[in-house]
Design a protein around this ligand. Structure first.
Ligand code: BGC
Length: 691
């Protein structure tokens, strides 16, 4: 069976709505009325950035249709370059929760903050993939799996837009490394583009995303912002995207060519391509009147759809008096703890209960330079990291360092010794020798425009861990990282907590899990390899960035090539244990439902993340197994619950058939694997899809 337009059908079925939100068709009716009143120059003005202004991106007002112009502002995690806003949770930690409710809550909180500051368009979420471990922006998105990224991206879009803010899915497409990002060409085949890299954008479109940002790079030789195949054919055609395409900042390289390929808005503008120059191209017949109307209509429709035509707050991004933080710090603290991934815990070293003495060691436990001058706009040279740097970050209103979070929580009777230098090994060793549990904090920073040069933790962190572990067998390691790191000391330490980039409440969040107030339930959103060369791809200076691993991104590569990772995708321990029973599979013509029972067999309340992976029939030439469902369930000791994964056959058991340019449902016998990670499969069954 061939289904050309499944994305379109599902888009209609799944579009989320909110009080202010109207349907695309209603928005289009309003937009067309407004467009009919505009001159060509005014239509072009709608999509022309003014080059500078209050926000990161600005467009001009057109009073005769009541159009105030737009304020576009980073970032995917909070309002950037503003004060009295939250310093939120990175995308990668959001993904590590595997918790749809928390993701929705975070998105609504962000939506409230952007709206509160009068921002019309949030420049997020980032739904690019963790393809190479060293990519500088891996922390902005949701990991290495397109299904996970799609779910997280879709919920984020729906949550942000429920507050009337236009969300932007970025960067479309194949923008997975920072090195030479404005000149290189990402080369991928059609099937890989559809099944891996366009997949999360498709889910964002289903969720009603009103803007998409085209990326800096070229795609198979043509700039992403003038790429007819990716913009007109895939995004607007197959995905049936109704909103407007904006360029990344300076990613426009042509006027008519871009406009005809599907670009609607040029950012930040004031260049040779849009504005009066594009108006002349329309007059010269190089861009049709239809295309011009379409551009203008898409921009206005997005604004009407989100209800921004009435009662939208004034722009106060630069007004420090406007405080939009609400009680969001609670969600931030909760997600910080819920996203901490416990990788190792020998002899139940954690949680710490009434230890006689602990050591807090390492510069990552210290306060960071968190104002405008450091750690979010620029690389962090000192102190803990709670986000990466560049346009993906925001200022913090405050930052709870790990040291202060732990000191606030440790029992009064516990002796706490600190050495916050990575270089003073003598002090570190002295503490190691004299406390029950030394906790070593290390980090690996990354950000926009830079890929990491290797996968080590920063500033001699490995040496610090080795020095401490040599003198104390109970060493606990906490890692704050913008991407995968190598752990040459893994066998020398008792416990490892992979805490990602958890935002302003980082110190409280880590204390919550170290002392057992919260039972850790984060899961890895990407693979941690034993060595760098085990990964399928790396940052490259080759102007042609070849996505030659095809469908074998992340864990799919490790599975297909039989490479044992250090810690696999989906992995994470708990302070309790869970058992899996009673796999049941039923099929209808449109769905497969896989059910399993999960029981908390340990002594503590906790959350488990059962995951469903599907093995396709061999003929489909898919990777060995692919994530197609996950759930987060909270269980008291002894409690049992049934989880149910519903797989949409047309969408989730199809492959992209390049010759016919359509999705094709695979027929034959599939394997269903339910487990606690991509390698810890607890239950297995099979089902068939017949012609
Ligand atoms: C980044 C975008 C960002 C834009 C505006 C670009 O350099 O790639 O993600 O939204 O700048 O700051």
């Amino acid at each position: 069976m061939k289904i050309k337009n499944i994305w379109f059908t599902i888009a209609i079925a799944c579009t989320f709505t909110n009080a202010a939100d109207i349907s695309w068709s209603e928005a289009y009716v309003k937009a067309k009325v407004a467009v009919s009143k505009l001159t060509d120059m005014e239509k072009v003005t709608l999509g022309t950035g003014t080059g500078s202004g209050t926000c990161i991106g600005n467009t001009a007002a057109i009073s005769k249709i009541g159009w105030p112009g737009l304020c576009l502002q980073d970032s995917p995690l909070a309002v950037r370059l503003a004060h009295n806003v939250s310093g939120g949770i990175s995308g990668i930690n959001t993904a590590a929760t595997f918790d749809r409710d928390l993701v929705r809550q975070r998105a609504e909180d962000m939506g409230d903050e952007f709206r509160g500051k009068g921002v019309n368009v949030q420049l997020g979420p980032d739904v690019n993939m963790v393809r190479i471990p060293e990519s500088g922006r891996n922390w902005e998105g949701f990991g290495e799996d397109p299904y996970l990224t799609g779910v997280m991206g879709g919920i984020t879009v729906a949550g942000v837009q429920s507050r009337g803010v236009i969300a932007t899915a970025k960067h479309f497409i194949l923008n997975e490394q920072e090195v030479d990002r404005t000149t290189s060409s990402s080369e991928a085949d059609d099937r890989t583009i559809h099944e891996i890299y366009a997949w999360p954008f498709a889910r964002a479109v289903e969720a009603g995303v009103a803007s998409v940002m085209c990326s800096y790079n070229k795609v198979n030789g043509t700039y992403a912002c003038e790429n007819d195949e990716t913009l007109n054919t895939i995004l607007n055609g197959e995905l049936n995207f109704q909103g407007f395409v904006q360029s990344d900042w300076g990613a426009t390289h042509a006027g008519a060519n871009s406009a005809n390929a599907g670009l609607d808005m040029d950012m930040p503008g004031a260049d040779a391509y849009w504005g009066s120059s594009l108006t002349s191209q329309v007059e010269a017949g190089k861009v049709s009147e239809d295309r011009l109307n379409d551009m203008a209509t898409r921009i206005l429709a997005a604004w009407y759809k989100l209800g921004q035509d009435s009662g939208y707050p004034n722009i106060t991004v630069n007004d420090d008096k406007i405080d939009v933080q609400g009680n969001h710090k609670q969600t931030i603290r909760e997600i910080g703890a819920a996203s901490a991934v416990l990788l190792k815990n020998i002899n139940q070293t954690l949680p710490l209960s009434n230890p006689k003495s602990i050591g807090i060691i390492g510069n990552d436990a210290d306060s960071a330079n968190y104002g405008p001058l450091g750690c979010t706009e620029l690389p962090c040279l000192s102190g803990t990291i709670a986000s990466g740097f560049g346009s993906g970050g925001s200022y913090y209103p405050y930052l709870i360092s790990p040291e202060s979070g732990i000191k606030a929580r440790a029992p009064n009777s516990t002796i706490v010794k600190t050495s916050l230098s990575n270089l003073n090994l003598i002090a570190a060793v002295q503490i190691a020798k004299s406390v029950d549990y030394p906790i070593v904090f290390v980090n690996a920073d990354a950000g926009e425009a830079f890929d990491r040069i290797n996968l080590n933790v920063d500033t001699f962190g490995n040496e610090l861990i080795e020095a401490v572990a040599n003198y104390n067998p109970n060493t606990i390691v906490v890692i704050h990282a913008a991407g995968p790191v190598l752990m040459p000391w893994v066998n020398k330490v008792k416990a490892i907590m992979y805490a990602g980039l958890p935002g302003q409440e980082t110190g409280h969040s880590i204390a919550d899990v170290l002392f057992g107030d919260v039972n850790p339930s984060g899961r890895l959103p990407y693979t941690l390899a034993k060595q760098s060369s085990d990964y399928p791809a790396h940052s490259t200076l080759d102007p042609n960035v070849k996505y030659s691993e095809g469908l074998l991104i992340g864990y799919r590569w490790f599975d297909a090539k039989n490479i044992t990772p250090l810690y696999e995708f989906g992995f994470g321990l708990s302070y309790t244990n869970f058992s899996y029973y009673n796999l049941k599979i039923t099929t209808t013509p449109s769905n497969v439902t896989v059910k399993a029972q999960i029981k908390n067999t340990g002594q503590l309340y906790g959350a488990e993340v059962p995951q469903l992976y599907i093995g396709f029939p061999k003929s489909a030439q898919e990777p060995p197994k692919i994530l197609r469902g996950f759930n987060k369930i909270k269980l008291q000791p002894g409690q049992k619950k049934t989880v149910s994964f519903v797989v949409d056959i047309a969408r989730e058991l199809s492959v992209w058939d390049t010759p016919s340019k359509s999705w094709r449902i695979v027929h034959g016998t599939f394997d269903a694997y339910v487990g606690a990670s991509s390698r810890d499969i607890r239950l297995q069954g099979s089902f068939s899809i017949q012609t």
